[in-house]
Design a protein around this ligand. Structure first.
Ligand code: SF4
Length: 217
């Protein structure tokens, strides 16, 4: 029987640039489509570009990299229902699977063996209204929540959300990233330290290793 199909934008082997796995070699499976439009999006090419591929074919390519860490990303990977077939297949094969989601679609059906890295969209993104706050109750202690900060107003908003949902006690890590050109790295670092906020400051490491516009890294 032919395995289910997913529209895939790209599959590549790189250095994980974000999260608690930053710095580790990782295979990225980027799925096509996204249901929202953040102002700072750097993967617009994933909105429509892609090729239909069977899950068997995708898994064969993942195997070729000899790397046990795999991130499923997008676009928004939860738009395509068959993503759950891919996740199951990879987990059953013993891969450590991460999924990066924008936080606007339900996460409760994601296989519990997967580390979910979920965005909560800040006001600067203009997609704050798309946050599905019901998702927070389904986050596991091994999951991570990510905020991308474009202004001091965003930072204040993030502190409020962290407190309201007790995120620091709920997930393994809360990640704060500055929007390139909008908030200086040093500025965000100093805000975090002044407030003694126990979050992880992160930069997109891959954008420092390769040119920021390089695709497939
Ligand atoms: S959720 Fe991600 S892929 Fe979709 S628009 Fe926002 S940044 Fe881009």
């Amino acid at each position: 029987m032919r395995s289910p199909v997913l529209k895939i934008n790209e599959i590549f082997h790189s250095i994980q640039g974000e999260s608690t796995k930053a710095g580790l070699p990782c295979v990225f499976v980027r799925l096509t489509y996204c249901n929202i439009r953040c102002v700072y999006c750097d993967t617009e090419y994933a909105f429509y570009e892609g090729v239909d591929r069977s899950i068997d074919d995708i898994v064969d390519e993942v195997k070729s990299f000899n790397c046990k860490l795999v991130e499923i990303t997008g676009g928004e990977p939860l738009v395509q229902e068959n993503v759950h077939n891919l996740i199951k297949e990879l987990c059953d094969l013993g891969y450590e699977v991460l999924i990066e989601t924008g936080g606007s679609l339900p996460i409760e059906n994601i296989d519990k063996r997967v580390k979910v890295i979920m965005d909560l969209k800040t006001p600067y993104s203009r997609m704050e209204k798309k946050n599905r706050y019901e998702n927070i109750q389904h986050l596991k202690s091994t999951d991570e929540v990510k905020f991308v900060i474009g202004s001091r107003k965003d930072y204040e908003w993030v502190k409020d959300i962290i407190l309201t949902y007790d995120l620091l006690n709920k997930v393994e890590q809360v990640l704060l990233s500055p929007v390139f050109d909008k908030v200086e790295n040093i500025q965000l670092a100093e805000w975090i330290l002044q407030d003694k906020l126990n979050v992880r400051f992160q930069l997109q490491m891959h954008k420092y290793i390769w040119h920021p516009e390089t695709r497939g890294v």
